[in-house]
Design a protein around this ligand. Structure first.
Ligand code: 13P
Ligand code: SF4
Length: 352
């Protein structure tokens, strides 16, 4: 539905009043009505890098989810304040790994005698606490666009990787891109005693995968790929690496949101594409490429509900509050967590 013109006007006015004092970042999965007001858009890697691009801005309004706003706070100066327009914009995947569960897992690894030779690699989609754990134990953060480089780096530092919280990204990267076998991977289930794995399995594994997944990408299935191939002959199936291993295996192309956008830009007119990623992005790409057929891989999957929490009313409220001198919904990571989380994030930003 088109945005309420009154709200559009109010957002414009508040943004104009704030001028250079505000910097609005928008993840590709955000609603169009919100993306319209973003100074910069990107995938999670680009936004982590760009967060510090405007050191003169007092306020960074992050249109994305909680872990992204935390990372922006960690990577920007003390003086800059990060605002998340709706505090309920979390991420179910990030919530699948709590600090207590990960500490317990590390104890299980220590009991199996493998903690010393294991390097944690945490997906950006994790809380600041998990990033701090990663930094404390000599590990790095990765995103879907640099997971392979992060894993290569980690295997130079140690013999095993604890990859969290997205088992699919970990498995897909190790098996599809790095020559590991499925038998080199073991899944650690935080809801089972001892993670549901034996010490022998932990000793034999190269990749210890946390049992987490994305509630959007994890829903695409092999059936959806087969169905779209039958429906649209010659279709190119392009999916995000948070999809299940069998879905990624059946796809033609795999990549992060930035990769998906570039692939569509480079695609010839008349080509057909089925995209296995978030619906806001798919719809935007379909609109941007009227000369190509762009469809959603599975019509039963829907928006990321937490990304969608940031809507125009919330954005207007945040901008107007700031314009009135009132800081709302500030995301602030405590100093100790920030110190160690930053170590891990900086290791990622320094990857070749
Ligand atoms: P990217 O932005 O790295 O493609 O990740 C997708 C995602 O699920 C963000 O929440
Ligand atoms: Fe989390 Fe998936 Fe939503 Fe990204 S798309 S915020 S990983 S639930």
């Amino acid at each position: 539905a088109p945005s309420d013109p009154g709200l559009v006007e109010r957002a414009r006015a508040a943004k104009a009043k704030l001028g250079e004092r505000v910097f609005v970042l928008g993840h590709h999965y955000q609603r169009d009505e919100v993306i319209e007001f973003a100074d910069v858009t990107g995938d999670s890697f680009k936004l982590a890098r760009d967060a510090a691009a405007r050191p003169e801005a007092e306020y960074i309004v992050f249109c994305g989810v909680h872990f992204m706003a935390e990372s922006a706070d960690i990577l920007t100066s003390e003086r800059q304040q990060v605002i998340l327009p709706d505090l309920a914009a979390g991420c179910s995947m990030a919530d699948m790994a709590t600090a207590e569960q990960v500490a317990e897992c590390w104890d299980v690894l220590a009991e199996a005698g493998v903690a010393d030779i294991t390097v944690p690699v945490s997906y950006m989609n994790s809380s600041a606490d998990i990033k701090a754990f990663t930094g404390r134990h000599g590990g790095t953060i990765c995103t879907s666009s640099n997971a392979r480089r992060a894993l290569e780096w980690a295997f130079e530092q140690g013999q095993k990787v604890l990859f969290l919280p997205d088992q699919h990204l970990g498995r897909n990267t190790a098996v599809r891109e790095m020559g590991f076998s499925l038998d080199d991977c073991v899944v650690y289930n935080p809801h089972k005693p001892g993670g549901g794995v034996t010490a022998e399995e932990l000793r034999a594994a190269k990749m210890i995968l946390w049992r987490g997944h994305c509630s959007v990408h994890g829903r695409f299935s092999l059936d959806s790929v087969e169905e779209v191939r039958a429906r649209i002959p010659g279709v190119n199936v392009l999916v995000h690496p948070e999809c299940k291993h069998e879905v990624v295996g059946a796809a033609d192309y795999v990549g992060s949101t930035e990769y998906i956008i570039k692939a569509l830009d480079a695609a010839p007119a008349g080509s057909a594409w089925a995209l296995g990623t978030e619906l806001n992005l798919v719809r935007r790409l379909a609109k941007a490429h009227p000369d190509k057929q762009v469809v959603f891989l599975d019509r039963t999957v829907c928006f990321c509900s937490t990304m969608n929490r940031i809507d125009l009313p919330h954005l207007v409220w945040a901008l107007e509050s700031l314009a009135d001198g009132k800081v709302v919904n500030r995301i602030q990571v405590d100093a100790e967590t920030e110190h160690f989380a930053k170590l891990a994030l900086e290791r990622m930003l320094a990857l070749p």
